[in-house]
Design a protein around this ligand. Structure first.
Ligand SMILES: Nc1ncnc2c1ncn2[C@@H]1O[C@H](COP(=O)(O)OP(=O)(O)OP(=O)(O)O)[C@@H](O)[C@H]1O
Ligand SMILES: [Mg+2]
Length: 170
C-alpha cells in the first residue's frame, strides 16, 4: 500500500511540494504514456484509469506518496491529501503555463467547486481525506506542514470552500 495520494486541481502544487518533501514519491505523470493510447488535440493524454492502475501496481515499489490529479482514483492507496488553492491565485499560477483560456477556466471552476475533494470522499471514507490550502504559503512551507502531518504533529481538517468565487466571474 502506498500511504498517501497527493491530489488536487492542476497548479495546486502537487509536483512542486512532493519534490520538496523528504519522502519517496511516484509521479503519476511518468506513467501517462503507458496508460493512454491517444492525446487530445490540445496535447493532453487521455488516460485509461484501468491501465493507469496496472502501471501503478508495477511501478509503485515502496513509494510513500503517489502524486497526480488522478492519484485519488488508484487502488492500493491508504489516504488522500487534496491540495487546494484560491481560484483567484490559481489563475495567476495557470497563466504562467501554456494553457488555453478555456482550459484555465475549466480548472478554476473545478477548483471553486471542489471537484477533486468531492471525488475523493466518494471513493474514500471522509476520515481518510485531508485537505491543505496552498494559497498563502510557499511550496517549502506547505511541504513542512505535510512533514509534520505525516509525523502526526498537526491535523489537516480544514473545511475549504471556494464556491463563492464563481459569483464574481459572471
Ligand atoms: N504554496 C505553494 N505550493 C505549491 N506550489 C506553489 C505554491 N505557491 C506557488 N506555487 C507555484 O505553483 C506552481 C505549482 O505547479 P505544480 O506543477 O507543482 O502543480 P501540479 O499540482 O503538479 O499541477 P499538474 O496537475 O498540472 O501537474 C509552481 O509554479 C509553484 O512554484
Ligand atoms: Mg504536477
Amino acid at each position: 500500500m502506498v500511504r498517501y495520494a497527493l491530489t488536487g486541481t492542476p497548479g495546486t502544487g502537487k509536483t512542486t511540494i512532493s519534490n520538496a518533501l523528504n519522502k519517496k514519491t511516484l509521479h503519476l505523470s511518468e506513467l501517462y504514456s503507458k496508460a493512454s493510447e491517444e492525446k487530445t488535440t490540445s496535447d493532453e493524454w487521455l488516460i485509461d484509469v484501468e491501465k493507469l492502475n496496472r502501471a501503478f501496481h508495477k511501478k509503485k515499489g515502496d513509494s510513500f506518496i503517489v502524486e497526480g490529479h488522478l492519484s485519488h482514483t488508484l487502488k492500493d492507496v491508504e489516504k488522500v491529501i487534496v491540495l487546494r488553492c484560491d481560484p483567484n491565485i490559481l489563475e495567476s499560477r495557470m497563466e504562467k503555463r501554456n494553457y488555453s483560456e478555456s482550459k484555465i477556466r475549466e480548472n478554476l471552476e473545478a477548483e471553486a467547486m471542489g471537484i477533486i475533494y468531492s471525488e475523493a470522499i466518494e471513493i474514500f471514507d471522509r476520515t481518510k481525506v485531508a485537505q491543505l490550502d496552498t494559497t498563502n504559503s510557499t511550496s517549502e512551507q506547505a511541504a513542512e506542514i505535510l512533514e509534520q502531518f505525516f509525523e502526526g504533529k498537526v491535523k489537516l481538517d480544514e473545511t475549504i470552500d471556494y464556491s463563492e468565487r464563481i459569483m464574481g466571474w459572471y
